[in-house]
Every structure is written in C-alpha cells, then in structure tokens.
Write a protein that binds this ligand. Structure first.
Ligand code: BTN
Length: 260
C-alpha cells in the first residue's frame, strides 16, 4: 500500500499548486472509471490505485495491473478546450512517461498511438477518455499504466494474450523500484507538459515525442475498426494523427493499431 504518497506529491511545489484533489484508493475496478463517476471534478484531480481489478486498455482490451506491483493513475482535467487537441494530450502524457523512465536511466521509445516500449516490449500504455457535453469535451480523463515491479511469471500467470510483449522496470533494471517516487516524477513531468500545452507550445510537445519515435518510413498495416490499411508511415500531425502514404496518396489515420 502507499504510505507517504500524498505527502510526497504535496511536497512538490508544481504539484501542490496544480492538483486540487488527490484520491488514493486501495483497490478499484479502473481509475478511469472512477474518474468518470466524479461529479464536477476539480481541475486537476488525480486518482491513484494500489490495485485495479478491471483495468481498461484501448479498444476494449483489458489492462493488467497486478496487486501492489504496478502504477495505475488517472488525471482529470478540464482541458483541452477544443476536441482537436485530445490526441495531443495523449502525446504529452507519453512524453511525461518517457521523461520519467529516462530519469531512471532507461531508453524508452514511443509507438503510435499511445504505447511506450523498452527494447520493443511494452512498459506503459495510455488511455485518454473525454467526457462530452453538447459535443464538446467537458473534461478529459488521462489514464496511465506503468509496469514497475512485476516479473515474467506475474505477466503470464493466466495465459493473458498480450498484443505486444510486456516488460517492467524490474525486468529491465533487475531491481525493485519505489512506485511512489515514480508517480511523483511522472506527475511533475506531466504538469510541466500541460503548462507547455497551455502556452500553446504544441510543436515543442510534438518534437519531443517525434525524437523518441522509430516508426517513420516503415511499411505497416494498421487495423482500424476491423479493417486493415496498408501504407508507409510519413509523419504525425499536431493532432497526434498518423500520416500514411497509401498508393502515393496521404491518408490521415486518427486511431487504430499498428501491426508489428
Ligand atoms: C493501453 O495500452 O491499451 C492503455 C492502458 C491504460 C491503462 C491505464 S491504468 C490507469 C487507467 N485506468 C484504466 O482502467 N486504464 C488506464
């Protein structure tokens, strides 16, 4: 269980000024679900769970959290004001995870749309869910899972079918990490990137992500709504959408999964 997490978070000036409510739960189905049920959440509210019993991944997949071993955190914001920027919020969240892992001497890489890999294995995933009112995003729930202290036998205990092989800080570094310290570093990085967003430094956000992205120029197959799109990756636009060349024409893909 977390013991000093609230104090550690509040001891950082940037966090005590930006976070209006911290909710630390022993166990919950999903921190994103919990955030969605909050009535008029303050900006920013942070929900952290020691354990998730039904963590959600993208595209209706399950996200494994493993009791006490990993990080499950959701930030609830009243940003962005425009639906066009929801994708960029996920990009800046990936930047925050990447920066945090780099502080722990790892070499994380970004995988579109929202994965963070180390040595081609997935260490973290992001699920952003907007709450809409009259077709406009009223609030945004950004959920982050980071695999910290689980080992291979945890990952494969019930023959779970991973789309990308998983890894953890423990597996990469061969030592146990403090989840509390990682959460604090992550939140500091996250709110720093949110400030960049509020200052409209969109290119700075995108450039950081692009500098950790190795998929440009690859021929890929993307699954979107059950259909495959085959093309060559050209770039990412400011909305976080993938630009592909398909039969010599640019095609913009706003969601989906790249098949390895
Ligand atoms: C993915 O890679 O498919 C996204 C994984 C997102 C997992 C996090 S854990 C905290 C938050 N609560 C959830 O139920 N999901 C996100």
């Amino acid at each position: 269980m977390f013991t000093k997490l609230r104090e550690k978070i509040l001891s950082k000036e940037i966090l005590s000024s930006k976070i209006k409510r911290i909710i630390i739960l022993d166990s919950v189905d999903s921190t994103n679900n919990y955030g969605q049920l909050l009535d008029s959440p303050l900006d920013a509210t942070v929900v952290i769970a020691n354990n998730q019993t039904k963590g959600k991944g993208r595209d209706g997949r399950e996200w494994k959290s493993f009791d006490e071993k990993n990080i499950a955190v959701s930030m609830i914001l009243n940003y962005p004001k425009s639906n066009d920027y929801i994708g960029l919020m996920s990009i800046l969240t990936a930047n925050s995870v990447i920066e945090t892992l780099e502080m722990f001497d790892l070499n994380p890489r970004a995988k579109w749309p929202n994965d963070i890999l180390i040595n081609s294995k997935k260490i973290s995933g992001i699920l952003s869910e907007a709450v809409f009112k009259n077709n406009k995003a009223k609030s945004l729930i950004v959920g982050v899972g980071i695999n910290v202290n689980c080992n291979l036998s945890d990952f494969f205990v019930d023959n779970f079918d991973y789309r990308i092989d998983p890894t953890s800080l423990l597996l990469e570094k061969n030592s146990i990490f403090s989840r509390e310290d990682i959460i604090v570093s992550f939140l500091e990085n996250f709110f720093k990137w949110v400030d960049e967003f509020k200052c409209k430094n969109f290119e700075t956000i995108l450039d950081f992500w692009l500098s950790r992205w190795d998929e440009i120029g690859k021929n890929v197959s993307i699954v979107k709504n059950g259909k495959n799109i085959n093309g060559k990756i050209y770039n990412l636009n400011i909305k976080g959408e993938l630009i592909l060349y398909v039969d010599n024409e640019e095609v913009v893909v706003n969601s989906g999964e790249i098949l390895a």
